[in-house]
Design a protein. Structure first.
Length: 196
């Protein structure tokens, strides 16, 4: 009941049956192609872009990202729960932060690297994993494993010398000594100067 003044006369009027129901056209819609969140309200549309929405979100706001251990230069990796089963999407399966400084080990089964375009990859282990290999830069602009090649005659440079490898007893650094090598009747002669 509403009391209102009409030409100086105050009277009560029952509006209860005039407004029986109300309706609004306000709703949200996602446009995945345009990456927009559309807020449609009373005949007009507000578009909220993915960039605008993302500017207020942090990675840790997502339900399957655990940022608790994040440190400077951390990487994200996906940890699948072992007993969750195939197709599982439980929250226990998470993206987690990995810091190399927290995971320092004395050895590793696989070495991570990058291809020529910068894409991450894992370096395949050497063929005979029960042997020792050197890891380093190889010909062909690649990093990988190598073992010394067996030769019957050592290679020489333009000056006729080969190189013998030694190890510094203090620093353990590998050192190369240029030498002249001759092989006669199975006898190997090594000289540091030519003719001596």
């Amino acid at each position: 009941m509403v009391r209102f003044n009409l030409d100086g006369h105050s009277q009560l009027f029952d509006f209860s049956e005039i407004v029986a129901a109300t309706e609004t056209d306000t709703f949200l819609r996602v446009d995945q192609t345009a990456r927009l969140l559309k807020y449609i309200a009373e005949g007009h549309t507000n578009n909220i872009s993915a960039r605008d929405l993302g500017s207020i979100l942090h990675l840790g706001d997502l339900g399957d990202v655990n940022m608790g251990d994040v440190e400077q230069n951390s990487l994200l990796y996906f940890q699948k729960t072992s007993d969750c089963g195939q197709g599982c999407d439980e929250v226990t399966q998470q993206w987690r932060a990995f810091s190399a400084l927290d995971e320092l080990k004395e050895d590793a089964h696989t070495i991570m690297g990058f291809d020529a375009e910068g894409k991450p990859l894992a370096l395949q282990p050497p063929v005979h994993t029960d042997q020792y290999y050197l890891a380093g830069w190889r010909a062909g602009d690649k990093f990988g494993y190598t073992q010394p090649a067996e030769v019957s005659v050592p290679s020489t440079g333009t000056d006729g010398r080969s190189h013998l490898l030694f190890q510094n007893p203090t620093t353990k650094q590998i050192e190369a000594l240029p030498v002249y090598v001759t092989i006669e009747d199975g006898l190997v002669t090594i000289r540091t100067t030519e003719g001596q």
